[in-house]
Ligand binder design. Structure first.
Ligand code: COA
Ligand code: ZN
Length: 312
């Protein structure tokens, strides 16, 4: 746990995870979850989103969540925003960072945000000034960067052009999101290599979903070409309500276990994460996909079978 982390994991479960849940999670429970995540050591937590309550009813209590969480010193509490109205509300709620989202695929952007690219980019341009004045950081996400469930493949040129537009507008960070888990490790290595020519590793986040079982492989592929910041969700929760077939993010505790087993420092308390993850089924009313919370850590050994205990 000591020393500078080798990899930064941003917890997005309270936002990406809870946004798709059918059952309403009480504000008090959301706050308890986020406080537990803060205590586990995250330097970045995406706590909620300031979007239309009709679009994402599960997060309609974003302002209250932000007002009630215990802020841990040094932790950046992020709010997803689609437009200027969301940005104003997030700044008023004292979010430390706004995460603006536009999809590489215009079709998905229209399904998710009701906007074509020029309108989304105009919204981002309007958000940056007020955020700066308020001392709030702005990250911009390219959703569907590795493929769109409606349009299919998205070219690397299209994605890098959007990244360049974001940078020209003055964002503090960029995220490439694989919204419906269409990425593969080879593609990830190539695209991340290209984008790291434009953005430093400290400012680039990779957001993978495990929809097709390649989440952790994609993290590894991105890490190998120099990426150091990754989104993940406790229990492997997550999914975009406006993308058919969307399922969970890379699972936080599974990723932390991978890091620990391979000697990468995360700064996170894995035992605390496992304890938190085991509370999720009761919170959301169903099982979750994360594996380490079920299997235990590799070092959690089992009692000898009775027969062996008796023989010398
Ligand atoms: N926060 C809260 N309400 C908002 C809002 C915001 N940031 N922006 C707009 N609204 C309200 C409008 O006032 C309007 O309310 P009304 O129907 O009571 O008049 C309603 O939301 C719809 O807004 P409108 O401007 O007509 O556009 P739209 O219906 O095309 O919706 C978005 C656009 C961006 C607000 C909506 O698509 C959205 O919230 N998308 C987010 C989706 C999401 O979170 N996806 C997962 C994360 S990537
Ligand atoms: Zn996502």
């Amino acid at each position: 746990m000591k020393g500078t982390p080798d990899i930064t994991i941003q917890e997005v479960g309270p936002r990406d995870g809870l946004q798709i849940e059918a059952a309403w999670v009480e504000t008090t429970e959301k706050v308890r979850l986020i406080d537990g995540l803060s205590a586990a050591g995250f330097s970045r937590i995406e706590a909620s989103s300031f979007v239309s309550p009709k679009a994402v009813p599960a997060l309609r209590d974003a302002a209250e969540v932000f007002s009630r969480i215990k802020r841990r010193d040094g932790t950046i509490y992020v709010a997803l925003v689609p437009n200027q109205r969301g940005a104003q509300a997030a700044i008023a709620a004292k979010a430390d960072e706004l995460n603006f989202v536009m999809s590489a695929s215009e079709t998905h952007n229209r399904a998710n945000m009701g906007m074509r690219h020029p309108m989304s980019l105009a919204a981002l341009a309007e958000i940056i000034g007020p955020a700066r004045e308020a001392g709030v950081l702005v990250n911009a996400t390219v959703a569907t960067a590795f493929g769109c469930p409606f349009e299919g493949a998205q070219s690397a040129e299209k994605v890098t052009r959007i990244v360049q537009r974001y940078l020209a507008l003055g964002v503090d960070g960029v995220t490439l999101a694989d919204t419906t888990g269409m990425a593969n490790p080879r593609q990830v290595g190539q695209l991340v290599t290209e984008v790291l020519k434009l953005v430093s590793a400290q400012k680039l986040t990779l957001h993978f979903h495990n929809t097709r079982g390649l989440g952790l492989l994609n993290v590894t592929a991105a890490f190998e070409v120099g990426a150091r910041r990754f989104d993940a969700a406790l229990g492997g929760l997550g999914g975009c309500p406006f993308a058919p077939g969307a399922t969970g993010n890379v699972c936080t505790e599974d990723l932390v276990n991978l890091c620990e087993e391979t000697g990468l420092r995360t700064g996170l308390d894995l035992d605390a994460l496992i304890r938190l993850s085991r509370q999720l089924p009761a919170l959301i009313g169903h099982d979750v996909t994360g594996q380490i919370a079920k299997a235990g850590r590799p070092g959690d050994l089992h009692r000898l079978p009775e027969t062996l205990q008796r023989s010398p």
